[in-house]
Design a binder for this molecule. Structure first.
Ligand SMILES: *Cc1c(COP(=O)(O)O)cnc(C)c1O
Length: 424
């Protein structure tokens, strides 16, 4: 009925609808795996909320300094439980994932220290934070050096280079779980755990930060062995309900250092008004496992559909997943544009606009971003982005419900089909 409706009432070419319908029918095993993971994560979150005695009176929220905000404290305790940590900072004042990561880095690094990335080049916006791309106010400007161990050609950790870098006992190591805008595998919780063990064995004092953006609740576990994890609430853990915010969670000392950077030394996490957002942040967390599994199912469908058409996809439809991102190598700028136009047409908001590539703050290349979202820039909602550079890879993610995520795949495919990007 779903595909009949798309053909009959939404202008989708019958060949495209039939092709996706046929592909979807072959994915039941992968979908039921995603459902199982969502079920476990739902219980984990429910239990944390019950243990933290979450109460209706907490949702009123605070203003001004935000002293003694019980709701904020409960929300942070809930994050602390979910991530088996000592402390958390979950704040509307953290504007984005980049901001949360920057607070964790600046809060814990001092002049003369070294930051190591053992997983290759970090996410585009972190290049400016670290100073890989020269930028006023970067870590580099404060005398913090950066060292990188690239991945092996098959996308694995390059332990020879990592071991050598660890001989110098870097103050911090940052491990990005998701692929970001690169054609590398996203790392599973198990792989990250193994890397953390290696770092601990050779350099026990190195503070290990995991960039957990896009990874939350995709697996039944999180990389809780890290000293710090950080992410964005307009991605997975906000469940599409949180209107903004970010989180840092981990060892108390390091979270407090991030809090001192976010507010001011002497104030730290003791201030921070919730400004009426307590309920949406908490409810969003509660909804997150469902939203994440919907997004994962859409990603699996996209992988299956595009690989059937002969495009390279990363990851494959039946590969284990550690994030919600589906990369598809389209090899041509016009195919990227058509894909993104299709995603935009599938949106509930601004479905009538045509996205174009544009310079973005924090990104070195022009980026096209499609997504008519309720929360600006939210990428747990149906969205696609692509840096306009070779080999023209589009990164597809999100969808708060599985039918919407599937509709995104159908609309993207249909837009490409109508532009002659492939034949059926
Ligand atoms: C989204 C993302 C970030 C942070 O981006 P923001 O837009 O600032 O939230 C950092 N790392 C990765 C891997 C990401 O996917």
């Amino acid at each position: 009925m779903f595909y009949e409706y798309l053909k009959g009432h939404m202008g989708i070419s019958p060949q495209v609808a039939n092709f996706v319908a046929e592909t979807e029918a072959s994915l039941t095993a992968q979908f039921s795996k995603a459902d199982e993971i969502a079920a476990v994560n739902q219980l984990k979150i429910l239990k944390a909320m019950q243990q933290s005695r979450l109460s209706d009176t907490f949702f009123n929220g605070s203003t001004g300094y935000g002293y003694n905000d019980e709701g904020r404290e409960a929300l942070e305790e809930i994050f602390t439980r979910i991530f088996k940590a000592e402390a958390a900072l979950v704040r509307p004042q953290l504007v984005s994932g980049t901001h949360a990561l920057a607070a964790a880095l600046f809060g814990n690094l001092r002049p003369g220290d070294t930051l190591l990335s053992p997983v290759g080049r970090p996410y585009d916006t972190l290049e400016a934070v670290i100073g890989i791309r020269p930028e006023a106010g970067s870590l580099a400007e404060y005398g913090i050096s950066y060292r990188e161990a690239g991945l092996t050609p098959d996308g694995k950790f390059d332990y020879d280079v990592i071991h050598e870098a660890l001989n110098e006992s870097p103050k911090m190591a940052t491990i990005q779980r998701s692929k970001g805008y690169s054609w590398r595998p996203s790392f599973t919780v198990e792989e990250i755990r193994e890397l953390i063990q290696c770092i601990r064995a050779r350099s026990p004092h190195t503070i290990i930060l995991v960039d957990n953006c896009y990874g939350e609740f995709v697996q039944a576990d999180e990389p809780v062995e890290a000293d710090l994890l950080a992410g964005s609430l307009i991605k997975n853990p906000g469940g599409g309900i949180a209107p903004g915010g970010g989180y840092v969670v981990g060892k108390r000392e390091f979270v407090e250092n991030a809090a001192r950077r976010l507010t001011a030394p002497g104030l730290g996490g003791a201030v921070g008004p919730m400004l009426g957002m307590t309920r949406t942040l908490t409810q969003g967390l509660f909804m997150a496992p469902q939203a994440v599994s919907s997004a994962v199912k859409g990603a699996i469908l996209a992988a299956a559909v595009f690989s059937r058409l002969g495009f390279d996809v990363n990851p494959l439809a039946d590969a284990p997943r550690s994030d919600i991102v589906q990369a598809i190598k389209l090899n041509a700028p016009e195919k990227v544009l058509a894909f993104c136009w299709g995603i935009q047409k599938a949106a509930p908001v601004d479905s009538f606009v045509t996205p174009e590539p544009a310079p973005m703050p924090g990104y070195a290349h022009g980026v096209i971003m499609a997504g008519g979202t309720f929360i600006q820039g939210s990428s747990i909602e149906l969205s696609a982005d692509a840096p306009m550079r070779e080999p023209y890879i589009v990164y597809f993610q999100g969808g708060l419900t599985a039918p919407h995520s599937f509709a995104g795949v159908v609309f993207a495919l249909d837009a490409m089909f109508k532009k002659g990007s492939f034949t059926l």
